[in-house]
Design a protein around this ligand. Structure first.
Ligand code: DI6
Ligand code: FE
Length: 402
C-alpha cells in the first residue's frame, strides 16, 4: 500500500474511544492511502515511514474527523416563514399542525415539485453544512406521504450525494404525518407504509433505516410497532422521533427493536433512558428544534450520562421546527441550552453521530482503517468550535483523502 497523502505538523482531536478527552495529539500526523482510507493517525514521532505522493504542512492547525449530521429533513420544497410569523403572534406549533398547516403545508409543496427541483432546492442547505466541514449527512423522507412522492424525495436526496462530495445516508420517514387522503384512517395509512412503501424502498435500496414520528400529533406506539416490524422484515434498521412533545414511551419501544437512535427526547423518563442504555440506542439531541419551538422541558441529560447512553447532536434541519444548517451553531446550542461539555458536543457531531448512523466502523474518529474524512480548523483550541456563534473557522475539508 502506498501512502498517497500525508498531513503533518497538525494538532489532532482523534475522538478515539477510550482515550481521555478528545484524544488530543500535539504533534500529529495523518497518512491516507490511495483508496482514501486512513493508514496512520497519531504522533508524528511514531509514524511509520510512508512513501507519500504529497505532503501537506498544516502549520499547527487542528484536525478533527469530518463532521456528521445524523438527523436532517434537508429535502423539501417551499418554506414556512409565514408560520414563523403566526407563531410570533402566539400560535403554537401543535395548533398550526392541527389546523392543517405545519408538516402538511410542506407536503403540499413537496408533492408539487419534481425530483430535480427538490434536489436543487436542497443544495444550498447542503452546501451550508459542507462549508462547515460536514462529510456525512443523514436525510429523511417524510414530506411526500404517497409511495411515488416518498420515492421521489429519497431519490432527490440520493442525488445530492452525487452532486456534491458528501456521504448521504437515507432514512425512510413515511410515518411522519397523516396525509389528507387518510384523515380518519391512520391505521389504513400505516398499512400502506408497511405493505407498499417499505417494500418498495427496500427493493430500490433507497434507505438503510426506517423512522417514525411517534407523537400525539403523529403516530401511536402501536402504529410505530407495526412500522418497525415491517422494517425488520425487510432488513432495515429503525430509529425514532421520540418524546419530542410528550412522553409516549417511544424510546423504550425503539430500544426493544434495537434502534440505532431515539431522537429529540425532551420528555423522556428514566425507564426510557434505561431501555436505551441496555439496547445501545444513541440519544440524538436536537437543540435547534428545542430552541426554535421555545421548548422549556430539557432532555434528561443527567440521566443519559448516569446510564451511559451515547449522546449525538444534529441540526434536525427542517422548515417547521429547525430551519438550521449549521452544526457549529448546533454544538453551541448543545452547550448553552443543554449544558453539554465541549467534549460531548464534539463527540456528538463526530464519533457518536457515526454511531447513531451505524457507521462507527467507517467514520467518526481519526483511526487507521477508517475513511479519511477530515476537517482542518484555523483555531487555537477545540473549545472554539463550540464557543463561537455564527463564525466558521474551517480551513479545509477532506473527504476520502481528497
Ligand atoms: N419533528 C420535528 O421536529 C419535525 N418532524 C418531526 O417529526 C418537524 C417537521 C416539520 O414541521 O416540517
Ligand atoms: Fe426530525
Amino acid at each position: 500500500m502506498h501512502g498517497q497523502r500525508i498531513w503533518t505538523n497538525a494538532r489532532l482531536a482523534t475522538l478515539t474511544l477510550g482515550l481521555s478527552g478528545l484524544g488530543e495529539i500535539d504533534h500529529g500526523l495523518i497518512a491516507c492511502d490511495a483508496d482514501g482510507a486512513i493508514l496512520y493517525a497519531g504522533p508524528e514521532a511514531e509514524a511509520p515511514t510512508l512513501p507519500a505522493a504529497e505532503v501537506i504542512d498544516c502549520e499547527g492547525r487542528w484536525i478533527t474527523p469530518g463532521l456528521i449530521d445524523p438527523h436532517t429533513h434537508l429535502v423539501y420544497a417551499g418554506d414556512r416563514a409565514h408560520e414563523f410569523e403566526l407563531r410570533l403572534a402566539g400560535a403554537s406549533y401543535e395548533a398550526i399542525a392541527r389546523a392543517g398547516g405545519g408538516i402538511l403545508s410542506t407536503v403540499t409543496a413537496t408533492r408539487a415539485a419534481t425530483q430535480e427541483q427538490l434536489t436543487a432546492a436542497a443544495l444550498p442547505r447542503l452546501d451550508a453544512l459542507i462549508a462547515e466541514g460536514v462529510t456525512t449527512v443523514e436525510i429523511k423522507s417524510g414530506y411526500g406521504l404517497t409511495l411515488a412522492d416518498e420515492l421521489k424525495q429519497l431519490r432527490a436526496a440520493r442525488a445530492l450525494g452525487e452532486a456534491r462530495d458528501v456521504d448521504v445516508v437515507l432514512s425512510f420517514l413515511g410515518a411522519h404525518a397523516l396525509p389528507p387522503e387518510y384523515v380518519g384512517d391512520a391505521d389504513g395509512y400505516i398499512a400502506s407504509v408497511c405493505e407498499q412503501m417499505i417494500p418498495a424502498v427496500a427493493a430500490e435500496g433507497l434507505a438503510g433505516a426506517v423512522d417514525v414520528f411517534c407523537e400525539g400529533i403523529g403516530f401511536t406506539p402501536a402504529q410505530t410497532r407495526r412500522v418497525f416490524e415491517a422494517a425488520r422484515g425487510h432488513g432495515l434498521q429503525v430509529k425514532l422521533h421520540a418524546e419530542q412533545l410528550s412522553n409516549q414511551n417511544g424510546a423504550a419501544l425503539a430500544a426493544e427493536f434495537c434502534a440505532l437512535s431515539a431522537d429529540h427526547l425532551e420528555h423522556l423518563d428514566e425507564a426510557g433512558v434505561a431501555a436505551m442504555a441496555l439496547a445501545g440506542t444513541v440519544a440524538v439531541l436536537l437543540p435547534g428544534a428545542y430552541y426554535f419551538v421555545r421548548e422549556t422541558q430539557l432532555p434528561p441529560i443527567a440521566l443519559l450520562r448516569a446510564h451511559g447512553v451515547p449522546i449525538a447532536l444534529a441540526t434536525d434541519c427542517n422548515p417547521g421546527t429547525s430551519p438550521l444548517t449549521s452544526l457549529l451553531l448546533t454544538m453551541n446550542m448543545g452547550a448553552t441550552l443543554f449544558r453539554l461539555t465541549v467534549e460531548e458536543c464534539l463527540a456528538g457531531v463526530t464519533r457518536e453521530a457515526a454511531r447513531a448512523l451505524g457507521r462507527l466502523d467507517q467514520i467518526g474518529t481519526l483511526e487507521a482503517g477508517k475513511r479519511c474524512d477530515l476537517a482542518i480548523w484555523e483555531i487555537e483550541r477545540p473549545a472554539e468550535l463550540v464557543y463561537r456563534m455564527g463564525f466558521n473557522p474551517l480551513h479545509t475539508r477532506v473527504r476520502g483523502g481528497r
